[in-house]
Design a protein around this ligand. Structure first.
Ligand code: FES
Ligand code: FES
Length: 220
């Protein structure tokens, strides 16, 4: 099990333990109604005062694994994972593509942005089954044989990153925008690039987008 799945399992179990042992424990059922996919009670359903191995528990209730095939940065890949697992987890935990980052997990920040069939998508909320047969590109596959993508070059020229955590998602979002609109104005940038940068590098990002558009036109 990947680290993210283990973390999720542990949080779920901690939550149940708090319910079972907290101030309202007398009004909660001592056997929480957790059920497996087949409708039967999951093993270890009584969490009151129990010490629970979250990995064993999560393993008992997780969904059936399915073989999913897609193209990742130009190469065919097959993964044997639950079909509802977010693409982000598959990329990071199963395919070692850790350039794509986890920020919010709820499609708000854009740190997890990748391209699916050349469209920018937030991979933290995209079930891996949705990319069956698709072409997925991550930051690791953005540069071509001729060298860096114009957006990457512009990011270096304008010295955009501060901590850098948001930047791979930001670059992927901008690359997808420039593929559709080669010279976006500020209003288009505001509407299209909704990724969040906690370091506040937005002025440099805007400059770099215009610079990348120029570089892209020069190389066309
Ligand atoms: S981690 Fe996906 S949008 Fe924030
Ligand atoms: S550079 Fe730090 S979050 Fe964007």
């Amino acid at each position: 099990m990947g680290s993210r799945a283990g973390c999720l399992a542990w949080r779920s179990v901690s939550c149940l333990l708090n319910i079972g042992n907290g101030p309202n424990k007398d009004i909660w059922s001592r056997r929480p109604r957790l059920r497996r996919q087949d409708g039967r009670q999951a093993p270890g359903g009584d969490f009151t005062g129990a010490v629970v191995d979250s990995r064993r528990y999560f393993g008992a209730i997780r969904a059936v694994e399915t073989m999913i095939s897609f193209k990742l940065n130009g190469n065919e890949v097959d993964v044997d994972v639950p079909e509802e697992m977010p693409l982000l987890w598959v990329l990071r935990d199963h395919l070692a593509m850790t350039g794509t980052k986890y920020g919010c997990g709820i499609a708000l920040c854009g740190a997890c942005t990748v391209h699916v069939n050349e469209t920018a998508m937030r991979s933290c909320v995209l079930p891996v089954s949705a990319v069956q047969g698709a072409e997925v590109r991550t930051i690791e596959g953005l540069a071509g044989e001729a060298g860096m993508h114009p957006v990457q070059q512009a990011w270096i020229d304008e010295q955009v990153p501060q901590c850098g955590y948001c930047q791979s998602g930001m670059i992927m979002a901008v690359a997808a925008l420039l593929a559709k609109d080669s010279d976006p104005d500020d209003e288009t940038i505001n509407k299209s690039i909704t990724n969040i940068c906690r370091c506040g590098t937005y002025p440099r990002i805007r400059r770099a987008i215009h610079h990348a558009a120029d570089l892209q036109q020069d190389s066309a």
